[in-house]
Design a protein around this ligand. Structure first.
Ligand code: UT7
Length: 320
């Protein structure tokens, strides 16, 4: 049992879909600008009473159903999220309680938009070393709650959602390699600066701050580097890859990265136009959609990649 392998995927988008036209009634923007600069046409927003754990629970239940596995059979739960329900306990523990699992290892990973890539990589290592047999790995966000809806340079970009997968120990691949990186020297380019002390937010507010064009250049550079690193590590030519599943931040970042990697866009899974950037949820959402619509088939080779605040970035190569 030297590998971990995905045996089920699931995802969930909140019911409410907000188009660019509706957004333009809240803040000074327009459909043409948003589509031209980002490719985004709509995003889903959670209802006021919904929590990140609610979104994660539905995605997880769908992944467990596809895996034909009960929550009790899971011995590791990792949730990648930037928008946990509480300061503590972790959203992974809340999800565990909701699913009726008792005793599994459960924790959150904070790597912002790379959260799922980090979580998947950690779960793979738990399984490879024999510390877990079946892992539930989730990326879930209600990112809309850390957006300043008066700041048009950020609020048009993001959306809410959740994606999940069940990973199982296997004799055959499975995940071939994972590649994680971070450079905290760039923390100032993308952050939510506030901290909680004396019972309230201090040292800044709770809204996303971003230096957009710097983030854009940084993202294209590190994503193409980490995909090259992953290909070289596995001695794989890019033609051996059936699908690239990128973090869905902006269609221009996706196409610029694919171009630099000489990857045809027909082999890239794209969900950003209808979902916006769902942070840690974007990669597992794209994975689940392409699995369920039949594009991703068993035996195909996939590269998943992501980049987020920190900065953090990474890639996972797998045989599906
Ligand atoms: O997971 C990573 C998350 N972050 C990202 O993916 C963001 C990466 N960065 C980007 O995607 C792009 O930098 C943006 C889409 C955020 C911005 O595109 P840009 O081509 O870098 O535009 P800009 O920030 O240079 O702004 C150009 C103009 C400005 O007007 P002036 O100063 O030229 O008159 C902005 O005020 O566009 C204006 N602008 C807008 N106009 C209409 C900024 N936001 C908007 C908006 N609607 N929503």
């Amino acid at each position: 049992m030297n590998y971990s392998r995905i045996i089920g995927t699931g995802s969930y988008l909140p019911e409410r879909k907000v188009t660019n036209a509706e957004l333009a009634t809240w803040v000074e923007t327009n459909d043409e600008w948003i589509v031209e600069r980002t490719g985004i046409r709509a995003r889903h927003l959670a209802a006021p009473e919904q929590t990140t754990c609610d979104l994660a629970t539905i995605a997880a239940q769908r992944a467990l159903a596809m895996a034909n596995c009960t929550a009790k059979e899971i011995d590791l739960i990792i949730v990648g999220t930037t928008t946990p329900d509480m300061i503590y306990p972790s959203t992974a523990c809340l999800l565990q309680a909701r699913l009726g699992n008792h005793g599994a290892t459960a924790f959150d990973v904070q790597a912002v938009c790379s959260g799922f890539i980090y979580a998947l990589s950690i779960a793979d290592k738990f399984i490879k070393t024999g510390s877990a047999k079946r892992a539930l790995v989730v990326g879930a966000e209600i990112y809309s709650r850390i957006l300043d809806w008066k700041d048009r340079s950020t609020c048009v970009l993001f959306g809410d959602g959740a994606g999940a997968c069940v990973l199982e120990a296997s004799d055959t691949p499975g995940i071939l390699s994972t590649h994680l990186h971070a450079d905290g020297a760039y923390h100032h380019l993308l952050n939510v600066p506030g901290t909680v002390a004396q019972g309230r937010l201090q040292n800044g507010d709770g809204f996303t701050k971003m230096q957009g064009s710097e983030v854009f250049k940084f993202a294209v550079n590190v994503l193409s580097e980490v995909v090259e690193e992953a290909l070289a590590y596995n001695q794989l030519d890019r033609t051996a890859i059936d699908w690239l599943i990128p973090h869905q931040a902006n269609i221009r970042i996706i196409t610029a990265t694919a171009k630099r990697l000489k990857f045809p866009m027909e082999k890239v899974i794209v969900t950003v136009p209808e979902q916006g950037n769902t942070s840690a949820a974007s990669v597992p959402l794209a994975l689940d959609i392409a699995v369920r619509d039949g594009r991703i088939q068993r035996g195909q080779t996939l590269i998943l990649e992501g980049v987020g605040g920190g900065f953090t970035w990474g890639a996972v190569v797998m045989r599906y």
